[in-house]
Design a protein around this ligand. Structure first.
Ligand code: 6R9
Length: 660
């Protein structure tokens, strides 16, 4: 389901915003160059990446480039497999001579009067010290370290310090609940957790350390030996376990500034990042060191047309892939100035984003449609009294952007001066896959446009047959690209099942898309049971299993519905146990229950009581019907005659009318 109705998409297809000639003149890539390089990248991927792999520093240069197989019996993906390198030295050491005193990170706090800048030299020193601190706590090459941190510079230090000594980081978004955190710690067996006493966001504190403590009461977690705690707020009430907890500052006081970077193979894992799928527990997506870094840095430079000394701001949290690739690894590998903001776009008020742009003279802004829509709801207020003339380029990611939001972003924030790159990609793809290049691609609001270099996109029908020309279909990728995820942590079988079995020999994205006459892609949203709420991926199965774990709930079915700000909202149909009373109190309690089990991002928007759910005679819930009812599209429910009891549909419609 997509927030963009087909009518909007149709209208917007007529709107074309051509490349601005003055932009194309100074851009890295113009249309002729795009065509030539794209051709070359698809016809001869080995030659193309042999050349572009050299954009980063290798300790041992690779002689082999591409060695990949999508054969569903034996999926095996290797890039630059005999090369060695270190990701942290690519993000730090190699810049010291040329730009050691240049800012690497501008940190903007939750409150407007708090900020900090860190140069490459300073960041290098911090990372080396913390890498030694990790070693002193017994962390070794290949160990997994869980990072559960707020948006502070130390989170980046922690990630790069892991990379420096060859430990694999697994960042867990600070908005996840203790239970969700525990599940992830268990899955990757991490020895050590890095956290903060509390996080600060939008004027509120987040009890990170207390959440870690609670997570670690899980009876099956035995791997964790240490918890390193960074002091963000200094709240003295935070509990302390002397046998296990260590202060960040105490470790840093004595740590040496010298820490040689570990020599890693290109295929050694750099990190694990958990993401939701359509079934079961979240998957630990594993990314490599070499291919990932080449691709993250190349996309960052070309998609954002990044030039030296520009201030680049990606608003994503480091707990998501966008934070990994486009706040940390891509920009820092390119020696960029990366702005990191602790807060939210509308705190203290809706001018915050524009204020930050002016304050730090931001040139490139990369954010999510949900943030744009939230600001758009305030009209012109978000730009009141601000200038924003430093902005040169805008970007979006995370979900389809509806043309209204696109146009508001373009006109109100960018004053029709800045191209917008609508970037489609996934946790599993590691980097941007379908996107305009701002000096090459004419824009169409709502379309992610064309594939990046080396990305061989295609559409297939439900039987896996390739479809040519202008058409609708399932979006697949035919051949490997360097930043592709290599496996699901500890479960290669699941990796193959999830991505390579649906359409044999191709990577299945799980997204539907339409390709128009110009070859532009329009992502229509997930075709599986994954929701996209405010740009966050969530499995319906995950929310359903949280629901049924409540003692009053017999059955639950979760669907998405169009939501003005979030793109999709969470709609839950609940069948209660015999004797339970369908009260307002219980509704509130169930919402709280899901927040507690998974985290605030999974909080249901609507809970509808459902004495019965529409099921086929074989017992399968017909989600298609539930989606229609949730969207108040009562006509066009399709054929309901196959239902075991068609009358439940009328009851659900009546109940829905009562709610809305
Ligand atoms: C980077 C990221 C991936 C899913 C993806 C798709 C949706 C992301 C999009 C987009 C339309 C865009 N998505 N970018 N849909 N246009 N520009 O978001 O990764 O959290 O794994 O989500 O998000 O449905 O499959 P992730």
């Amino acid at each position: 389901m997509s927030a963009v109705s087909s009518e909007q998409a149709f209208k917007s297809e007529e709107q074309v915003v051509p490349v601005k000639p003055e932009f194309a003149k100074s851009a890295w890539i113009d249309e002729a160059k795009y065509k030539e390089m794209y051709q070359q990248s698809i016809i001869n991927p080995d030659g193309f990446w042999r050349e572009h792999g050299q954009r980063i520093d290798w300790m041992t240069p690779y002689t082999k480039v591409k060695n990949t197989s999508f054969d569903d019996h034996n999926v095996d993906i290797r890039w630059f497999e005999d090369g060695t390198l270190n990701a942290s030295s690519n993000c730090l050491d190699r810049h010291l001579e040329t730009r050691g005193n240049q800012t690497a990170i501008i940190w903007e706090g939750d409150e407007p009067d708090q900020d900090r800048t860190v140069t490459y030299k300073e960041l290098h020193r911090e990372v080396c010290k913390f890498a030694n601190a990790l070693k002193s706590q017994g962390v070794r090459k290949g160990d997994v370290v869980t990072i559960y941190m707020p948006m502070v510079v130390e989170s980046v230090v922690a990630m790069l310090a892991c990379a420096r000594i060859g430990a694999i980081h697994a960042v867990v978004f600070g908005g996840f609940s203790p239970e969700a955190l525990a599940g992830r710690i268990l899955d990757c067996d991490s020895k050590l957790i890095i956290t903060a006493d509390e996080g600060v966001r939008g004027g509120k504190t987040v009890p990170l350390k207390a959440n870690v403590d609670e997570a670690l009461t899980h009876p099956d977690i035995r791997s964790v030996e240490r918890v390193i705690v960074f002091e963000r707020t200094g709240n003295k009430a935070v509990a302390w376990h002397t046998h296990r907890d260590v202060r960040w500052d105490d470790l840093m006081k004595t740590a040496s500034e010298h820490c040689p970077a570990e020599e890693m193979n290109a295929e050694d894992p750099l990190f694990i990042l958990y993401t939701s799928g359509s079934t079961g527990k979240p998957k630990g997506v594993v990314h490599s060191t070499g291919g990932y870094l080449v691709y993250a840095s190349m996309t960052h430079e070309y998609v954002f047309d990044y030039k030296d000394n520009e201030v680049y701001w990606c608003t994503a949290d480091i707990g998501w892939i966008t934070g990994h690739s486009y706040l940390v690894y891509g920009p820092l590998a390119n020696g960029a100035i990366s702005l990191m903001c602790e807060g939210v776009p509308n705190y203290p008020d809706s001018t915050r984003v524009s204020q930050i742009v002016d304050k730090h003279q931001v040139n490139i802004l990369y954010t999510a449609p949900t943030a744009i829509r939230a600001l758009m709801a305030e009209g012109d207020a978000p730009v009141a009294g601000t200038d924003r003339s430093s902005l040169r380029l805008l970007g979006t990611v995370g979900e389809p952007i509806n043309p209204e939001a696109w146009n508001w972003y373009y006109q109100t924030i960018g004053e029709e001066r800045c191209p917008i790159v609508d970037t489609w990609w996934q946790t599993e793809t590691g980097g941007i896959m379908i996107t305009p290049l701002p000096g090459a691609t004419d824009l169409k609001p709502g379309s992610a446009t064309r594939p990046f270099f080396g990305v061989n996109t295609a559409l297939v029908d439900n039987s896996g047959n390739l479809i040519d020309g202008a058409a609708d279909g399932n979006l697949v990728i035919i051949d490997s690209w360097p930043a592709q995820s290599r496996t699901v942590y500890g479960d290669h079988h699941r990796f193959i099942q999830t991505y390579f079995k649906t359409f044999k020999g191709m990577y299945c994205t799980g997204d539907g898309a339409r390709r128009d006459e110009d070859g532009y892609y329009w992502i229509t949203g997930r075709v599986d049971d994954v929701l996209n709420v405010s740009g966050h991926r969530m499995g319906t199965a995950e929310i359903e299993s949280a629901m049924v774990a409540h003692k009053e709930v017999a059955e639950a079915a979760v669907v998405g519905f169009p939501h003005d700000v979030k793109g999709q909202g969470i709609y839950v149909y609940v069948t209660l146990n015999q004797g339970a009373e369908a009260s307002e109190e219980l509704r509130m309690e169930l919402k709280k229950w899901v927040r507690k089990t998974i985290g605030p991002i999974a909080s249901p928007d609507v809970i509808q009581w459902a004495p019965g759910l529409p099921k086929t005679r074989s017992g399968k819930i017909m989600r298609r019907i539930l989606r229609k009812i949730a969207a108040a599209e009562y006509d066009g429910l399709g054929d309901t005659s196959t239902l075991a009891d068609p009358s439940v549909v009328d009851d659900l419609i009546e109940e829905h009318k009562g709610i809305s």
